[in-house]
Design a protein around this ligand. Structure first.
Ligand code: UT7
Length: 332
C-alpha cells in the first residue's frame, strides 16, 4: 500500500469588524503610531465586540467558511482540533463548542494550548490521524479572542495582540504533497517570561487576583524576543538543511506574526527575499494560534501545487517549531 500523506485541501478565516488603530490606542495608553510601527510593525488589529462572545464565535465563522469553500458537509468531518489560549471557558473545550455551532455532530474534538505555536502543534497532531489511515477529514482551527486577556492600560502588551480565527481542512492523498515534516519543541523554563498568573488551578480567580490584574497577559518582552529570534530562525534553517531546500527553492516562509523584527531576522537567516515571506502583522497584530492559517488564507490564490512552504512559530511555553508543507492545490 502506498504511503498516505495528509494534505491541506482548503482554508477559511474570519476576523471581527472592529478595527482598533494605533491612533485609538494612543488615547488609551502613552504610546504612538511611530513607536508601534518601528518596534513591532502593527498598524491596526481586530477586536471582537459583543456581550458573551468568545473565541468559538470567531472559530465557528472560520470553520463555516472552510466547509462552504471545500463543499464539505459537517457530517463528513471526523475530528476538529482547536488551537487556542483564549478558550470560551476552562471547560468544555472550545473545539466542542465550535463543532456544535457549525453542526459537526459526529466527530470528536479537543483543544490544544501551545501558545503561539498552537496551530503548528495542532496541524502536526491532525496530520497523524490522516497519515495513520484512521480518518478522512480533519479540521484544524486557530481561534483567539486575545482582547479578553489583554490589559488595555499596559502599553508594553496592549499594542501587540488582536482577535481572529482561521482553519484548514486536512485530507488523505497518495501524491507527494501535504505535511512533509515537523520539528516541534517546548522548553518549560520559558513560562516565567510569558504567562497568565491567575485563573488556573494553582491560583484560582479571587477578588485579589482580579485587583492585581493577574488574569491578563504577563510578558517580559525582551526575554521572549531574544528566544523567539534565535529559536524560530534555528528551527527554520534546520528544516531547510534537512530537506536540502535552498532559499531559491523555498516558495514561502509562513511565520507566526508576533513582531516584524522577529520575522525579518528569521527570513534573513534563511536567506529569503522579502517577496517570499507572508506578512500581514500590520493589519491583524498577533492573533496567537490564528496568525499562520490567516496568512495561508490571505495568500491562498498565490499558492501553487507543489510549492514548498515552511510554517514557523514561537510562543508561550516556550514552544516553537517548523513544519514543511508541500502545497496541495492550485488556485481554484
Ligand atoms: O507571540 C508570543 C511571543 N511574543 C513575542 O514574540 C513578543 C516578543 N517581544 C517583543 O516583540 C518586544 O520585546 C516588544 C514589542 C514586546 C517590546 O519591544 P522592545 O523593543 O523590546 O521594547 P522594550 O520593552 O525594551 O522597551 C523599550 C522602551 C521602554 O522605555 P525606556 O525604559 O527605554 O524608557 C519602554 O517603556 O519602550 C517603552 N515602551 C513603549 N513606548 C511607547 C514599551 N512599550 C511602549 C509603547 N509605546 N507601546
Amino acid at each position: 500500500m502506498s504511503k498516505i500523506n495528509a494534505v491541506i485541501t482548503g482554508v477559511g478565516s474570519y476576523v471581527p469588524d472592529y478595527i482598533l488603530t494605533n491612533d485609538e490606542l494612543s488615547t488609551m495608553v502613552d504610546t504612538n503610531d511611530e513607536w508601534i510601527m518601528t518596534r513591532i510593525g502593527i498598524k491596526e488589529r481586530r477586536i471582537l465586540k459583543g456581550e458573551g462572545k468568545g473565541s468559538s464565535d470567531l472559530g465557528a465563522k472560520a470553520v463555516q467558511q472552510l466547509l462552504e469553500k471545500t463543499g464539505t458537509s459537517p457530517d463528513e468531518v471526523d475530528l476538529l482540533i482547536c488551537a487556542t489560549v483564549t478558550p470560551d471557558m476552562q471547560f468544555p473545550a472550545t473545539a466542542n463548542i465550535i463543532s456544535d455551532k457549525v453542526g459537526i455532530n459526529s466527530a470528536f474534538s479537543f483543544d490544544i494550548n501551545a501558545g503561539c505555536s498552537g496551530f503548528l502543534f495542532s496541524l502536526a497532531t491532525g496530520a497523524k490521524y490522516i497519515q495513520s489511515g484512521m480518518y478522512k477529514k480533519v479540521i484544524v482551527v486557530g481561534a483567539e479572542k486575545m482582547s479578553s486577556i489583554v490589559d488595555y492600560s499596559d502599553r508594553s502588551t496592549c499594542p501587540i495582540f488582536g482577535d481572529g480565527s482561521a482553519a484548514v481542512l486536512l485530507e488523505p492523498t497518495n501524491e507527494n504533497v501535504g505535511i512533509i515534516d515537523e520539528m516541534l519543541h517546548t522548553a518549560g523554563f520559558g513560562r516565567k517570561h510569558l504567562h497568565q498568573k491567575a485563573g488556573g488551578s494553582c491560583k484560582p480567580a479571587s477578588h485579589e487576583t482580579v485587583d492585581a490584574k493577574e488574569h491578563f497577559i504577563y510578558q517580559e518582552g525582551n526575554h521572549v524576543f531574544k528566544h523567539a529570534v534565535s529559536n524560530m530562525a534555528d528551527v527554520s534553517v534546520e528544516m531547510m538543511e534537512k530537506h536540502n531546500i535552498t532559499s531559491e527553492d523555498l516558495a514561502w516562509l509562513v511565520p507566526h506574526q508576533a513582531n516584524n523584527r522577529i520575522i525579518e531576522a528569521t527570513a534573513k537567516r534563511m536567506g529569503l527575499v522579502k517577496e517570499k515571506v507572508m506578512i500581514n502583522i500590520e493589519k491583524y497584530g498577533n492573533t496567537t494560534s490564528a496568525t499562520i492559517p490567516l496568512c495561508l488564507c490571505e495568500w491562498e490564490n498565490q499558492l501553487r501545487k507543489g510549492d514548498d512552504l515552511i510554517l514557523s512559530g514561537f510562543g508561550a511555553g516556550f514552544t516553537w517549531g517548523a513544519i514543511l508543507v508541500k502545497w496541495g492545490y492550485d488556485p481554484k
